[in-house]
Structure formats: C-alpha cells, structure tokens
Ligand binder design. Structure first.
Ligand code: PRX
Length: 639
C-alpha cells in the first residue's frame, strides 16, 4: 500500500530490543505517499472538505493537486525562510484548519520531525513541549472559531516562546498562518524579527516545489506528547515506515475507506487520532475527508447531521463523549435528515452499552456497522476492534485484536489471566507491531521503564517474546476473545476523551504559593465520562478563601488548558493519609463520587474523612451510566 524509494531488507530488527526497528534498509517519504503518488489518478479528487464553524462561511474543498501545491510552497518556506533541515524538530500549535495538515506534510516532505501541540492547550503547555523537543521554530495561527467565539490564538505563542526560553530553548521564528489571509484575528502584537505572517511570505514561493526527501524507515516522522504517571508529558516518537504502513493498513481494513467514501472523523488533529486517521492514513489511501473547524454541537446538535447529509458522509468517526453529548441534546439524532452512514466508529474512552445502542439504532438506523476502536497515542493505530461486516459486534467491548496483535492480560505477578475468567488485569501486548512508538523523545530510560520494565524478565534479551508492552489499561478478555477495556491503571484521567495526568494537575496546583498538598481524582460525568476534582490543603498561616480556589483553577487552566478545568476545588484541612504519609486518593475519589470509602482503618487521621464529606456534600456526583467502582479502580494512592 506504500511506495518506497528503496525497499526494506529486514521486516523487524530486534537487535536493540525493546527499541524496535521496522522495515530497516527501506527508504520512503510520507508526504510523497500522501500526495505525489496520487496526482496522476486522483489529482482532481477532493482530499479535504474544510467546513468552517460558521455555517454561513463557504466550504473549501481542497483537491489532492491543490494540497500538493500548498504543501510544496510551505515546505520551501520552511526550508528557505525558516532554515529547517532533515532531522530538525518543529512545533505546531495549530487548531483544526487545513493549515495543520499542510504544515505536517510540508515538514514530512523535508524529513523534519513535527510536534503538534493540541490547539486547546495553553501557551505554557506549548512552551514546555517546545523546550522538550528542542524546536527553534513555532508555527501557529492568528485565531479561529470555537463555539461561536473567535479565539485569539496567537497570544498563546508569546507565552509559549517565553516559557520555552525559561526552560533554555530559544525560538528563532514564529510563523503565523492567518485564518483569513490579510486580515488579523489576534490582538497580540507581532514581534519584529521573530514573528512573520505566512500569507505575506508565501508569494515569494508561489509555484515552487521540493522533491520529497527520502528518509530511512526508522527515521522519526513526528512526536506526540501525552500524559502518564509522572508530571512531565512524554514525547512519543513515531517512525516513518512502520507508522505509515500501520495507519494505512488499518485505515483500509478497520475504517474500510473505499475510493468513493466521504469520511468524517470529528477528532482534533492535535491528538493522535487526527494524526493517524485524519491525516496520514486517509491521505495515504487517497481518501476524501471532512475537516471541521469547530465544536460538533454548534450552533445546535443537528449540525453534524446537516453536514453529513449535505456532504454525503458515509464513514463517521467520533468519541463516546461526542455521542453522549449529541444524544443528550437531540435524542432523535439524524432522524429527518437523509444521512447515509455505512460505518460508524468510536474511539478514546469506554462506551456505555446504552450509548452504543443509540449510536447503532438512531444514528446508524440499525444498518451501519459500528466499530469500537481501542488504542493509544503510543500504539500509532488501532489495536483492538471488530472489522466491519466481518466480526459480530458487541456493545461495550472493543473486540478482538487486529491481525498481527497478540494481547495478553497479566496479573500483578505476571501470570496470564486466561480468557473467560471474568476478572480484569493489566492489558499487555506480547509482540511489537509496526505502529508502536520507537521511544520517548530524549528519555530512552523512561521509555523502557514505562512500557517494558514491569513484565520483562530478561533485561538484555534480543527476543521480542521477552518484552510484553504494558498498555496502562485494565481489561477483561471474554470467552470469545473480545477485550473489554475497563480504564487506566496509571493515574491518567480521561476527560472527554482527553488524556490528563493526575500528577500534572497536582503539580499545577502546587505552583500556587498557599498550597501545601494537592490531589486530583476523577469524578464521573454524564457527558465527559470523567472530570477532574481537586483537593488541596494549605500551608500554615494561609486561610481558605474564594481567591485561593480561583488561583488553583487559574493555575490549572494556565499551565495545561481549559480542557483540564476542575469541576470542584475543595480546600481541606488535612488529606486522608496512611501511617507512611501516603495521600489516600482512593478515599477522596470515593467522597467525590458519593461512593463507599471502604476500609479507612489504615488511615492515620480517619477523622478527616467526615470533615471532608461535609465539605463535599453527598449530592456531588451527577447521574451517570458509569459504575463508581470502575472509577475507583483507576485511582491509586499518592506517595
Ligand atoms: O484508556 C484507553 C482509552 O484511551 C487511552 C489512550 O488515550 P490516548 O493516548 O489519548 O489515545 C486516544 C486515542 C486512541 C487508552 O489507554 N481508550 C482508547 N480507546 C478506547 C479506550 N477505552 C475504551 N475503549 C476504547 N475504544
């Protein structure tokens, strides 16, 4: 399914296990595979229908030829004006407009490693990622539409550059795309000698082209930062050959993208779903995709159905949070609209069976297949899913592993939990696969510690069988070999499908001078699945006040972004602790969710539980189809 400028000699090189190298000896270019090779046959085919959030604004349809032209011009600009070369990193902080895939493909064309930071992350979060990746160029956009408002996005760039500088990384150039060339949506001033409007530079490069730079299969294509157990986000490094092969294959077999499909994935390209299944997979297959700027329920919950009808969407890909939201605001879904879905997919969080049924019956009219695709930023592409029209579907269960994926459930001692036993364990993958991350950027030790240390018994082994990959998810394998994902086992909170680290939230709280200790726990939410609840205790001499609560909230939003905004910030006199000083997050999570606290006899200060219960109240937990026990299983105590 790919064109290689040099064929590979070896499929899997395990000589530096667990640093896997796929298709070694081979050379290719991702931008060539997504663009150039389609020109002869699909030059006039639409690659992206870009749909602005404002319904009055016209649709922009970009053909493969047009996309090729724009990518080439921007690639020349990156090389000639920004001085980027093969192997350099470049950070993008771009929202959902065509400029994002254009920038990605332009970087890939030069062999430059891109690192896109989700547009909704704050300037500080972006700056920390710039510094970690060692990028000296930032590409951003002046502003964009979100829920009917115009977001001044360029303002984040100034914070990002400042944050990166404090962390020791100088940004030489900030390239600012404008949502409407020639017109400014940002109030932030342009810094002379650093900030440049892309639309003012591009005329110099009109009509120019760059030959795609052949890179080695194992050369990195991009970094994608994600949250884990520790406070610092990790830059998952994805390869060119293995990754592109994996997303192309899975886009064909799981998304079943065919020549005349109109495919709409509602995820943001700023997350791995968008990288794999809006950009690289679909473009590599020469598919036509919808790129939507805004929130799905703007201006009303029928928007996705109007849009799907008018563009003739056949394959629709979204998250349980979006499905819950659409169901809640418009239970009749697309009824009355002439939608023609043949495949509906979901990703990112467990989907409750009743939500699944609504998706199937109401959105799909009982005719469309559903695929519940389970995977992770680290895995590059889908790992478990039913194949449409091949496997029976089972609501609430992601399904069997894809071909070439061999999952296993291990208990705490590394023993296999046989299928059909009905109890959960740590979901691992026995074997490497082409889409798996190569390493954590700049932290090879952390990569091994995070994903392989737990169950690898022979540290120096070159045999892949000795390196089961730890996913960080708890799961149950049914007697039929279908995997049901329970949730994270590593202090990751999935908020509306976005992955946030409890430690990141807590670190943000601790930057508030009055705060002595902080704990972040998941609270069940009817629409978003989970939202963060924050508990803080204050330093001696500081008193609780609305200002402190506000500072905590502002600090989280400033350091991470609005997506991390807590539902509640509770100031407590003391945290529930064990004799060894561990904060019992589990007790706090039980209090937040109105669940039973369980045995509190190991606490050194059991009396605080009742005090906190009074602060929290009993009605704090909203109605939800999620089990409280499932949420508590995701929470670990804090050293
Ligand atoms: O806990 C699993 C959950 O999302 C995590 C990965 O999040 P992220 O790296 O942000 O990637 C999201 C897009 C793949 C997983 O460890 N998750 C993902 N898909 C599903 C899921 N949980 C249940 N069912 C799914 N289909």
């Amino acid at each position: 399914m790919l064109e290689w400028s040099r064929p590979w000699e070896m499929v899997l090189d395990t000589s530096e296990a667990p640093f896997w190298k796929w298709f070694t000896g081979g050379e290719l270019n991702a931008s060539h595979n997504c663009l150039d090779r389609h020109l002869a046959r699909r030059g006039d085919k639409v690659a992206y229908h870009f749909v602005p959030e404002d319904e009055k604004e016209p649709l922009q349809s970009l053909t493969y030829r047009e996309l090729y032209r724009r990518v080439n011009e921007f690639a020349v600009l990156l090389r000639e004006f920004a001085g980027l070369r093969k192997g350099d990193r470049v950070t993008f902080h771009l929202p959902m407009t065509p400029e994002l895939p254009i920038s990605m493909l332009a970087a890939a064309r030069l062999g430059v490693v891109h690192s896109e930071v989700f547009g909704g992350f704050s300037g500080q979060a972006c700056g920390a990622r710039i510094a970690d990746s060692g990028s000296s160029v930032l590409v951003t956009l002046d502003g964009y539409a979100r829920n009917g408002r115009t977001i001044d996005h360029k303002a984040n760039a100034d914070v990002a550059v400042e944050t990166a500088r404090k962390l020791g990384q100088e940004v030489r150039k900030v390239l600012v795309w404008r949502r409407y060339p020639g017109r400014d949506l940002s109030q932030a001033p342009m810094v002379e000698g650093r900030d440049y409007y892309v639309d003012e530079l591009l005329p110099r490069f009109r009509g120019t082209q760059v030959p795609p730079e052949p890179v080695r299969s194992e050369d990195p294509l991009f970094l994608m930062y994600t949250s884990g157990t520790t406070g610092k986000p990790k830059g998952c490094q994805h390869s060119t050959g293995g990754y592109l092969a994996y997303v192309t294959g899975t886009s064909r077999y799981v998304l079943d993208l065919q020549e005349d499909d109109i495919y709409w994935c509602m995820a943001d390209i700023g997350w791995i779903t968008g990288h794999s299944y809006i950009v690289y997979g679909p473009l590599s297959l020469g598919a036509t995709s919808v790129l939507y700027e805004g929130v799905p329920s703007y201006p009303d919950a029928a928007r996705p159905w109007r849009l799907s009808e008018s563009l003739g969407v056949t394959v629709f890909h979204t998250s349980p949070t979006a499905i819950r939201q659409l169901r809640k605001s418009l239970p009749e879904g697309p009824r009355g609209h002439n939608v023609r879905f043949r495949l509906l997919t979901t990703v990112g969080e467990p989907i409750e069976p009743e939500v699944w049924k609504w998706y199937f019956d109401v959105v799909g009219g009982g005719r469309a297949a559903i695929t519940d695709t389970w995977w992770q930023t680290e895995t590059g592409g889908f790992l478990c899913s039913t194949l449409p029209a091949v496997h029976p579907m089972k609501p609430g269960s992601a399904g069997p592993p894809l071909p070439g994926i061999f999952p296993v459930i291990l208990d705490e001692d590394g023993r296999e939990v046989p299928k059909g036993m009905g109890h959960a364990g740590n979901l691992c993958i026995r074997n490497p696969w082409p889409g798996v991350l190569q390493t954590i950027w700049g932290s090879p030790e952390r990569y091994v510690a995070q994903y392989y240390h737990r169950y690898s018994k022979k540290p120096g082994s070159k045999d892949w069988r000795d390196w089961p990959y730890l996913t960080g998810d708890g799961a149950i394998e049914g007697a039929d070999g279908y995997f049901r994902i329970i949730g994270r086992i590593d202090d990751v909170i999935k908020v509306a499908g976005h992955r946030l680290g409890a430690k990141e939230l807590e670190s943000a709280c601790l930057t508030v001078p009055e705060v002595a200790e902080a704990a972040a726990v998941p609270l069940a939410d009817e629409v978003k699945g989970r939202v963060p609840d924050i508990y803080v205790s204050l330093k001696p001499g500081s008193a609780s006040s609305p200002e402190v609560v506000d500072k905590v909230r502002q600090s989280i939003v400033g350091l991470i972004g609005k997506i991390a905004a807590p539902q509640h910030v509770y100031v407590v006199e003391d945290m529930p602790k064990t004799r060894s000083g561990k904060i019992m997050r589990r007790v706090l999570a039980a209090l937040s969710n109105g669940a039973d606290c369980g045995d509190t006899s190991t606490l050194v200060n059991p009396e605080v539980v009742e005090n906190i219960r009074r602060t929290v109240g009993t009605g704090a937990s909203p109605k939800t189809g999620l089990s409280r026990e499932a949420i508590l299983q995701e929470v670990r105590d804090l050293d």
